[in-house]
Design a protein around this ligand. Structure first.
Ligand code: ARG
Length: 563
């Protein structure tokens, strides 16, 4: 907080015995705001300075530079700081408006790369709500890392390899039809996959057939490879439609298949360290030296085929070589917790100094009107349908509220998609939650459209005012704006905290709080009244709009100027 820094600096000048950090750790907000905006308790200094706390407080007040404060007073052992609210208000608004879209940025991560494994849906299956979570959380974390000065590398680790492709190839060759796949690729492939599992229940020999086809694929069989690459291409087309609608891009689509020829080094490194053991024909790594409760990591199956884990080990090494990441984040559902513990444990056993920079970012499960989803059973909620429904609901509300709006359809898309994304991000990352579209696309309450609507309202005031804000001469003397000013000032810290905790919900909650504070103010004041504070109020409105827009853009949500 900027005001806290001002207090710390002023104190440091008169207390050279203490470090800025020691001072900062003591400065607090008094319980009773009539005691000031910030307070510095002196009890613990009595020993260091060999003086009574009351004396220290009185001394500090006598020597301290009071400029920038309304007053600084000693109350018993406390030094109480009353901010010059008018000054802080003007400084804050000026700071926000000068920074514009860059407000809240810092350079903490300068020169460092953050690898983000995100989205990573499985080919030949529809993208699920779970993959939506990974996509939007990953995207928000990438944006947050950039705000904190890092360079994000967004990697879509497509699930484009594994036994399921053997199953799919077998199913397609045995009862599939080219025309059917061409007509509706993902739905058809999903149908084959579900049918395969039904048939395999009666005839377990099918599983061997599937495995055999996957082995062929791994060994480079041309027919298997051709079918696989066709399935992959068709799937990517559908995924891309969703990514485009969400406005999300990737730096790499290197999925599991990419690592097919990069796994030898993993096996070799494990052999060199004598970490590979045989167990029932398979090759495993015992992880008990790291954690007794971890199941061994399986590196090669008894038929020699490699596994999800092996590909992830190769991917981790490849990413370190290619991106030299400071952190490698994996935004993947909580059900894969053990997999990532194992991954990290193997990297640690390999003595790789960067093993500690590998971080699993788990998230909770979405249920759909109370129901879990399962691709194997074929009961999935298609993301495309969710986005279409959200669009329609948004359009309906826009038509009621603002029937003459020019580009309704585009705004409805921005509001609909924004609502889905915001809802996903506003919940604490690891919480499970239920998805109910009618609640998600409301214009009131804790929703994305509420924040967007608040911003559009601010924009409409600025349009009505018809004059540009004079950012160099801001004066605003209005106690009712203090909550907003405090909130605006808290934004840079919020950006730091959200990334430190890998928690986009911190930004979503912040945006809701700022929107609420602004709406309260809006309901109780005449913003456009012609008085001495008018330019100041307009500056406030513009600063709120700017900060809401930046918050939404971190979350990957658009901020239409009219809706
Ligand atoms: N494709 C996997 C799934 O849908 C997620 C992949 C996550 N990333 C990784 N490097 N393992 O479950």
């Amino acid at each position: 907080m900027a005001e806290k820094q001002a207090v710390v600096s002023a104190l440091k000048a008169v207390l050279p015995e203490l470090s800025e950090e020691e001072i900062a750790n003591k400065v607090e907000a008094p319980k009773d705001s009539s005691m000031g905006d910030l307070a510095f308790p002196t009890f613990t200094l009595a020993k260091v300075l060999r003086k009574a706390p009351q004396m220290i407080a009185a001394d500090v007040v006598e020597k301290i530079d009071q400029s920038g404060f309304e007053k600084v007073v000693a109350t018993g052992p406390y030094v109480n700081f009353f901010l010059d609210k008018k000054q802080v208000t003007a400084d804050t608004l000026k700071k926000v408006l000068k920074a514009g879209i860059n407000y809240g940025e810092n350079s903490d991560g300068e020169g460092q790369n953050i690898a983000l494994d995100m989205s990573s849906p499985n080919i030949a299956k529809p993208m699920s709500m779970g993959h939506l979570r990974s996509t939007v959380i990953g995207n928000a974390l990438a944006n947050l890392s950039a705000k904190n000065g890092y360079k994000p590398v967004k990697i879509n680790h497509l699930g484009d390899w594994g036994t399921q492709f053997g199953k799919l190839i077998y199913a397609y060759k045995t009862w599939g039809s080219e025309a059917e796949v061409k007509a509706d690729p993902i739905a058809t492939l999903l149908k084959y996959y579900v049918e395969f599992h039904e048939k395999a229940k009666e005839n377990p020999a099918l599983d061997d057939e599937g495995r055999a086809w996957f082995k062929k694929l791994e060994d480079g069989d041309p027919e298997a490879h051709k079918l696989w690459s066709w399935f992959r291409e068709e799937s990517l087309k559908e995924f891309t439609e969703i990514y485009d609608r969400l406005g999300i891009t990737f730096d790499s689509f290197n999925g599991e298949a990419f690592y097919n020829d990069k796994m030898d080094r993993v096996v070799k490194a494990l052999e060199d360290k004598k970490l590979l053991q045989e167990s029932q024909g398979a090759q495993i790594v015992d992880l008990s030296p790291i954690n007794e409760n971890l199941t061994p990591a399986m590196i090669k199956r008894s038929d020699g085929a490699t596994l999800y884990m092996t590909r992830d080990l190769a991917a981790a090494m490849y990413r370190k070589d290619t991106y030299n990441f400071a952190k490698s984040l994996y935004v993947v559902g909580g059900e894969q917790r053990e997999h990532f513990q194992q991954l990290k444990a193997v990297l640690t056993l390999l003595d790789l100094p960067w093993a500690d920079d590998v971080e699993h970012i788990p998230f909770g499960l979405i249920t759909f009107n109370g129901k879990k989803m399962s691709t194997r059973k074929g009961d999935v909620v298609l993301l495309k349908d969710v986005l279409d429904d959200a669009h329609e609901l948004a359009l309906k509300q826009i038509e009621e509220k603002n029937p003459s709006l020019a580009n309704k359809d585009q705004v409805a898309e921005e509001v609909g998609a924004g609502a889905v994304v915001f809802h996903d991000l506003m919940n604490d990352r690891t919480n499970n939650f239920d998805f109910n579209i009618a609640e998600v696309v409301r214009f009131e309450g804790d929703t994305g459209p509420y924040v967007q609507y608040t911003n559009a309202r601010a924009q409409s005031i600025l349009r009505k005012a018809g004059v540009a804000v004079d950012t160099d001469n801001i004066t605003l003397d209005d106690a009712a704006t203090w909550d907003i000013i405090t909130s605006l000032n808290a934004f840079p810290d919020t950006v730091r905290r959200a990334f430190a905790h890998r928690e986009p919900s911190v930004i979503a909650k912040y945006a809701l709080g700022l929107a609420r504070a602004f709406n309260k103010y809006y309901a109780n004041s005449k913003i456009l009244a012609d008085d001495a504070n008018k330019n100041g109020r307009l500056a406030l409105v513009a600063a709120v709009s700017e900060t809401l827009t930046v918050s939404l853009s971190i979350l990957g949500v658009k901020a239409p100027k009219e809706m």
